[in-house]
Design a protein around this ligand. Sequence first.
Ligand SMILES: [Zn+2]
Length: 254
Amino acid sequence: MDIITHATAGAVAGVALSGPMRLSPVIILTGIAGALLPDIDAVSLWSGFDKYMAPSMGIDKPGWGIYFSKYWYSHRGFFHSIAAAALFTLAVHMIVCFRRLPFIRLYRIPSAFFTAYSTHLYLDYHTPGYVWGGINLFWPMNRYSGGTGRVWWWNNYDIFLILLFTLAILLFSFAVKARLRTKYSASIRFIICAACLSFITFQIYSRSFRYDYKNFRKEYIKLEERSVYEQKRILPAPLFNVMKKFDSLLPVNF
Ligand SMILES: [Zn+2]
């Protein structure tokens, strides 16, 4: 899944767990960081990886080879696992304790991080298997899960819009807190997030097409076009055009 959708999911997790009454930029940023961290394993595709990083890490394999392989540090390996989510959450928790941040953040920051990290795994689970066959969700076991190709790598405007809408509602819930202060605000936010997850799951499983492929050269372009067509089918024309325009302005795949 693309970096913008992942970051938005992380922001939703951060805002939802920010409360109870005030938004916390630290928690929101932690959420965004947690949602983006799993793709740190794509660093082997960086042009400077072979020259700078690999020698210092004692790696003698080319970056592109690592990326498309199944080493624990390859793309979709350890970093896309529940174990990594738990270990990094533990690290975040230790940092929070060490920094002696206020008690309220003691559990909210790691919670936001873990939830956001999990959203990344959930969204990637449904992307094409390609050479990996999914994500190594249960590392250190060697079995790869998901890779069902229910969604394309990007062009999932509908999922992004659901997340954006959820984010707007959650932010609004903080804006009206002074007048409508309620002890149920945390429960209401939980229900909003559950509805968001359900709606996204519905969208994923109601796709009319599977994007799995093995031959990059023969199939990739057609599938990419098909993913745009799918959005054209799902979204109202004016909204699709806005999203397409927004997409064309971005320097990254979206
Ligand atoms: Zn990923």
